[in-house]
Every structure is written in structure tokens, then in C-alpha cells.
Write a new protein. Structure first.
Length: 196
């Protein structure tokens, strides 16, 4: 998980479509070898299987799917003395027709995040190799995949990914469109939206 911004500080649709990636440092593995985390960033329309999974997730809680955002792909590439392997995990957000939580609850969740943010980044780095930062050394923001305004856990390790400021703002704005059931998030995207 180098950031480009337009003159007004937001992403254009063509920049989002082109995708970006963050390549973490190599991390030694006990017993030999190393792994590296690579995050390919969208956001993209969810491919068909992600959308079906979101439909099931929403239905399982008595809700209806309004849209789906494929935020990123996290890859863990391993290289050892004998084998090379890897895994890939698609990070998606299902925009079910959840009732928004009260503003006071959102503020409380934001406060919990602010209190643990530095510790969270250090713990994330132990698992992934680093928490990304910009050229000046400023850490990227933490994006809550299941957003705080709809009850997302502010401190769960699997609910936060690093995003650069401009992309974080674009994704946050896209959540509003997704929850409203508007294009492009209410449609189905391609299986492979980026190149290696």
C-alpha cells in the first residue's frame, strides 16, 4: 500500500483508474527467506464474486446491498531458499443499507482511533513490514474499511489500511456515493483492474 494529486488536491477519475501501488520493505522470516507486502490501490468497482459476497454479507444481517467498493489488493510475496510463493487479499467495503450511528458514537470511535493510532501503526508494521509514509516522512492516514459512521470498529487490525491523504479523501467521498446506491459503485467491475 509517490502519490499524484491534481491542482485542487483531489484525484481525477483517470488517476483512480490507473491505480497505484505501495511496496514495503523485505521482512526476514525465521528459518530463512523473506516476505514483502505489496498493496495495489483502487478504488475500483467490485468484481462479480466480491459483489456476490457483499450481497450475502448484507442479507445475513437483514440489510440490502447498495454498492460495493474494491479498495485495494494486499499481496504478501515470499521468497525462500527453495520456494517462491505469495498470497493476495482483496480489500472491499460492502455498502449495506445500515442505519448511520449517532454522531456522538462516531466521535467516540474517532477518539479511540486517535488514542491508539501510533501504537496501531507500529503493530501493523510488525506484520506488514512498515506503515507507509510520504516523501517527507509523514505517515499515511489510516482508512477504516467499515466506516465509523456506520459502526465500524475503530481499532480492529483488519479494519484499517494505510491511504495517502488525497486517496483517503477520494475514498471517503466515494463511500457516500456507494451508500446512496449510485454509479459506479452499484455496478460490477472487471476481474483484474490493474497490471502487475
Amino acid at each position: 500500500m509517490a502519490v499524484l494529486a491534481t491542482a485542487c488536491g483531489t484525484l481525477s477519475s483517470s488517476m483512480v483508474a490507473s491505480g497505484r501501488k505501495w511496496v514495503g520493505p523485505p521482512v526476514p522470516v525465521p528459518g530463512g527467506g523473506q516476505f514483502r507486502t505489496v498493496i495495489h490501490y483502487g478504488p475500483w468497482q467490485c468484481r462479480a464474486d466480491f459483489r456476490r459476497s457483499c450481497e450475502s454479507q448484507c442479507a445475513g444481517t437483514g440489510h440490502v446491498l447498495m454498492g460495493c467498493i474494491w479498495l485495494a489488493d494486499i499481496k504478501m510475496d515470499f521468497e525462500g531458499p527453495i520456494v517462491r510463493a505469495g498470497t493476495r487479499y482483496g480489500v472491499t467495503h460492502c455498502c449495506c443499507n445500515y442505519t448511520p450511528v449517532a454522531p456522538a458514537a462516531t466521535r467516540a470511535s474517532r477518539s479511540r482511533w486517535n488514542n491508539i493510532r501510533d501504537t496501531f501503526r507500529r503493530e501493523w508494521a510488525k506484520k506488514m513490514g512498515a506503515w507507509p509514509s510520504d516523501a517527507g516522512g509523514t505517515p499515511w492516514q489510516g482508512h477504516h474499511i467499515f466506516d465509523l459512521g456506520h459502526g465500524g470498529n475503530p481499532v480492529a487490525m483488519d479494519n484499517v489500511i494505510p491511504l495517502p491523504q488525497d486517496l483517503h479523501q477520494y475514498v471517503t467521498d466515494s463511500y457516500g456515493q456507494c451508500y446512496a446506491g449510485t454509479p459506479p459503485w452499484n455496478g460490477v467491475g472487471v476481474d483484474h483492474p490493474y497490471g502487475e
